[in-house]
Design a protein around this ligand. Structure first.
Ligand code: 8YV
Length: 312
């Protein structure tokens, strides 16, 4: 008997086809549009979601035979994992395989915003070079880096930053054993002591607005913010004001509060480098994420140990 899986998020096309071959695979929007959703509910044994999906406790509770909720992404802040666990539903995700890409992208954003690469590119294309050189920018090597959330990705960014001879500091819930980087109790205290502040913490209610107006003021007019975590971690309205007023020097952002919608005020700013939540979107990493996602499900349904379960 084939296993019914409901997908509530777009997955890479190749993974989508793989899912169709392995399971009775239903896309939420399609079944709702065809009026088949209610009848399908008792058959669903797995839900496929991604890092941007919202899967509430109420939604999970609809499925009496749900066994597993598999997230394509490391961050599962949009999924009520506690409610899933309470209902005996396993939650899985894709940690580890995207660490390199996300940390590479954070370093790329840092270099881009400090050296003003997109603005310099336009400067050349628009023929402005013939009228004079490009204004000086900010040196990255040897400057101070602050990491908000020293997990897998934060640690990988720090490792890369060491090669740039950066002075590294961090904040987290508590100092981490065996880490020699300077620890600061709060994001504001960290921000006050660095040139680049990088957010790599998890999303969700507990980190909403963590990078507040106060933190941005502490970062100061020579400071830069990089966000590869979740848009919700930063108070976006405060960030726009800080970029407009020169409260901070610039920002490199891969994530936004209301993706894929980015405020026009942010788009209008030259001191912001904006990318479309693409930090993990390389061919290599999306393949590795797809494999891990597929194996999380396959392992569960064939009784093998599940490689990447979200802890209870
Ligand atoms: C993905 C992510 O963009 O892993 C995460 O938490 O946010 C990203 O890697 C996303 O999950 C894929 O849609």
């Amino acid at each position: 008997m084939s296993i019914d899986v409901l997908s509530v998020a777009p997955l890479p096309p190749k993974l989508d086809r793989q899912m169709e071959e392995a399971y009775s695979y239903h896309r939420y929007e399609d079944v709702v549009a065809r009026g088949e959703f209610e009848a399908l509910i008792p058959r669903i044994r797995a839900i496929a979601a991604n890092g941007e999906s919202t899967v509430t406790a109420e939604f999970i509770a609809k499925f009496p035979n749900l066994e597993i909720l598999s997230v394509f992404g490391v961050g599962y802040d949009g999924v009520d994992a506690a409610a899933a666990h309470e209902q005996g539903v396993i939650v899985t995700h894709t940690p580890g395989v995207l660490t390199d890409d996300v940390s590479d992208h954070a370093i790329g954003l840092m270099l881009s915003v400090a050296r003003r690469t997109p603005v310099a590119d336009r400067f050349v294309r628009e023929g402005k070079w013939v009228d004079g050189g490009f204004p000086f920018t900010k040196k990255v090597s040897g400057s101070r880096l602050g990491i908000v959330g020293l997990g897998r990705i934060g640690t990988a960014i720090a490792k890369r930053a060491e090669a740039f001879s950066m002075e590294i500091a961090y904040t987290d819930r508590a100092p981490i054993n065996g880490i020699s980087y300077a620890f600061h109790e709060t994001p504001a205290a960290l921000a006050a002591n660095v040139d680049f502040l990088v957010a790599t913490t998890y999303g969700g209610p507990s980190t909403r607005g963590l990078i507040s107006a106060e933190v941005l003021a502490a970062l100061g007019p020579e400071g830069y913010l990089i966000n590869v975590a979740r848009g919700t971690v930063v108070d976006e309205a405060a960030l726009i004001a800080a970029l407009q007023n020169g409260t901070i020097a610039g920002a490199g952002l891969d994530v936004f509060e209301e993706e894929p919608h980015v405020p026009d005020a942010l788009k209008a700013l030259d001191n912001a480098v904006l990318t479309p939540h693409m930090a993990s979107a390389t061919h290599e990493t999306r393949k590795a994420m797809s494999d891990l996602f597929a194996e999380n499900l396959a392992a569960h349904f064939s009784g093998r140990p599940i490689p990447a379960k979200v802890p209870q």
